[in-house]
Design a binder for this molecule. Structure first.
Ligand code: PEP
Ligand code: MN
Length: 333
């Protein structure tokens, strides 16, 4: 349930309502916009008498939130959330570009790619040190050694690091090195991991599960937020459909749907969505045209030798061309 306070309501008026609701056992989330202050109530609000609350002279209106997600809902927080990492922003009109290899393979590989993506205009460097692979026989990532290489690349290029955290056991070490912690599609409903991410002070890049509905996706974000971490970036990365020509099917409609339902930034991963490098640029353009707040793109200088996802990785020159065209599209809006 949300209580919209009148624009003339003073801090004291707002405080009185907050106290009243807290005394009744609700958690109150306060969101202050340019004109309105919105109080989001968390708890079993079915017993609340709306007309009684609306009788308060300082209350504009009271709305029941029919979605199971609350903190992630736009009703609770009207303005777009902007996540600041160093000098870079994600959300509300600034197009964030995250790029790098699927996995950190060696210092030479990551440094080469990091320099190239930086030159092309990426703001964030991605790269997995702990890799969720379908086969236990495939390259699993360099672990902490990979994190150390990511840190070196950050020191040289200044780009903040986005890297995946896969498990409870490795959470602390990944958190130490990462600027943004990625939770992958396969872990979107690992509720224990989501709760742990909710206690972190670092932003979380949450990827949509390959068979998750948008509501389940937003409920996963809610898990993180309900533990206190409101810095969540949602990433549409393709879902499983009957179509097998592409690795997954990019659900472009998720962008406007999520923008309507939630205030959280939404980015798109066209690399995992398609599994084919030649489709990454057209779908990046489509994602930006549909309102995405950013892109995460796999780039490799020698895709034919990549230890994972070479077939969907762009060579640096192709990535540079993509960046130029998506910025042109973004400038139209
Ligand atoms: C990744 O981004 O490296 C990755 C493994 O993606 P996803 O979790 O979307 O499959
Ligand atoms: Mn990958």
């Amino acid at each position: 349930m949300v209580i919209v306070m009148k624009p003339i309501a003073s801090q004291e008026d707002i405080g009185k309502i907050v106290e009243k609701m807290e005394n009744q056992g609700y958690r109150v989330h306060k969101s202050v916009g340019d004109n309105y202050c919105i109080l989001g109530l968390i708890g079993d609000t079915n017993k609340i008498d709306i007309s009684q609350l609306e009788a308060n002279a300082m209350v504009e209106k009271v709305l029941r939130v029919h979605h199971p997600f609350k903190l992630a809902s736009r009703l609770f927080h009207h303005d777009d959330t902007v996540i600041q990492v160093g000098d870079c922003k994600i959300g509300k009109g600034s197009l964030a570009i995250i790029a790098g290899p699927c996995a950190v393979e060696s210092e030479e590989q990551l440094m080469t790619i990091a320099r190239e993506v930086k030159k092309a205009g990426a703001q964030f460097l991605r790269g997995g040190a702990y890799k969720p692979r379908t086969s236990p026989y495939s390259f699993q990532g360099l672990g902490e050694e990979g994190l150390k290489i990511l840190r070196k690349a950050k020191e040289e290029t200044g780009m903040p690091i986005v890297t995946e955290v896969m498990s409870h056991e490795t959470f602390d070490v990944v958190e130490e090195y990462a600027d943004i912690l990625q939770i992958g599609a396969r872990n979107m409903q690992n509720f224990a991991l989501l709760k742990q991410a909710g206690k972190s002070s670092k932003p979380i890049l949450l990827k949509r599960g390959m068979s998750a509905t948008i509501e389940e996706f937003l409920m996963a974000a809610e898990y993180i937020m309900s533990e206190g971490n409101h810095q969540v970036i949602l990433c549409e990365r393709g879902i499983r459909t009957f179509e097998t020509y592409t690795r997954n099917t990019l659900d472009l409609s998720a962008i406007p749907v999520i923008k309507e339902l939630s205030h959280l930034p939404v980015i798109v991963d066209p690399s995992h969505a398609t599994g084919k490098w030649a489709m990454v640029e057209p779908l990046s353009k489509a994602a930006v045209a549909a309102g995405a707040d950013g892109l995460t793109i796999e780039v490799h200088h020698q895709p034919e030798l990549a230890l994972s996802d070479g077939g969907q990785s762009l060579k640096p020159e192709k990535f540079a061309k993509l960046v130029e065209s998506v910025y042109r599209i973004a400038s139209v809006y």
